[in-house]
Design a protein around this ligand. Structure first.
Ligand code: SAH
Length: 254
């Protein structure tokens, strides 16, 4: 068998091929079989490889699992390539349970999630002192339901920074839930489409304006919604970390 080659779930990053880890790059270069999420993985990551390539977009879970399992059993190096970071809306758990049933070992290599790639596009810090120290990763319910306790309206009551995946096609509902939950209409909100791709677009506005802006821009998918006062471009206070009065393990304050 194949004890030295676990199956690797690899994060492909948000789009820019340079936003792949060095470990992910090595595993792709060495792979014999790659099953990739064709809807969002940049094909530029897959050029010049010797691996057999399988686009999972048209396959069901039985079919993708069979490709992974057969590759492993043949002694091949197998990579399952997921967009962004595999741990976030990656549907990896169901695949891992299939591998567990066959006693096949696997490991995960993280990737740059589109959440932080979108923050980079906006040059935003998601956690500002006295404004928000919490980031909520969530989505509007769609075909995949969201537990009632996690509705956008309830999460909005915290007025933390929120990164809303998979929801730009429901921007009207997103905005009305956020306002019903307590964000003022003046709260800054931004949408980043195709973060880190050559055709990346960002749209910034407020809860009062964003739905119209998104429709005018024609953005319907592959976009991150970021909402919160951290986008207002203001600071209430500077961080303690670099405060000249403040001592810590590595620096004596004055
Ligand atoms: N695991 C992925 C998310 C997969 S779910 C990650 O960590 O990024 C797919 C959703 O991710 C899309 O609907 C969109 O909300 C977001 N997304 C993926 N790539 C994106 C990109 N390049 N720019 C903005 N949003 C993106």
């Amino acid at each position: 068998m194949n004890a030295t080659n676990p199956i690797y779930f690899v994060g492909a990053g948000p789009g820019d091929p340079e936003l792949l880890t060095i470990k992910g790059r090595r595993l792709l270069d060495e792979a014999d079989v790659i099953v990739y999420a064709g809807s969002l993985v940049n094909p530029a990551l897959l050029t010049g490889l010797h691996a057999r390539l399988h686009n999972s977009a048209g396959l069901n879970l039985d079919e993708t699992s069979a490709l992974l399992i057969e590759g492993y059993q043949r002694g091949n190096k197998v990579v399952r390539l997921h967009t962004g970071d595999p741990a976030i809306y990656g549907a990896i758990k169901e695949q891992m349970l299939r591998l567990d049933e066959e006693n096949i070992p696997y490991a995960v290599v993280p990737g740059v999630t589109s959440a932080t790639a979108s923050a980079a596009a906006l040059k935003a810090e998601l956690t500002l002192p006295e404004i928000s120290q919490t980031v909520i990763i969530t989505r509007q319910a769609g075909r995949t339901p969201v537990p009632e306790k996690e509705s956008l309206q309830l999460l909005a009551s915290h007025q933390a920074t929120m990164m809303i995946f998979l929801s730009v096609g429901m921007i009207d509902t997103v905005v009305s839930e956020l306002m019903a939950g307590g964000y003022p209409a003046t709260t800054p909100i931004a949408v980043v489409e195709k973060a880190s791709w050559p055709d990346e677009r960002t749209v910034s506005g407020t809860l009062a304006t964003i739905a119209r802006q998104i429709k005018e821009a024609g953005i319907t998918k592959t976009a991150m919604i970021i909402v919160g006062e951290v986008l207002a471009g203001q600071l209430k206070s500077e961080s303690k970390l670099y405060d000249k009065e403040f001592s810590h393990e590595f620096r004596q304050g004055s």
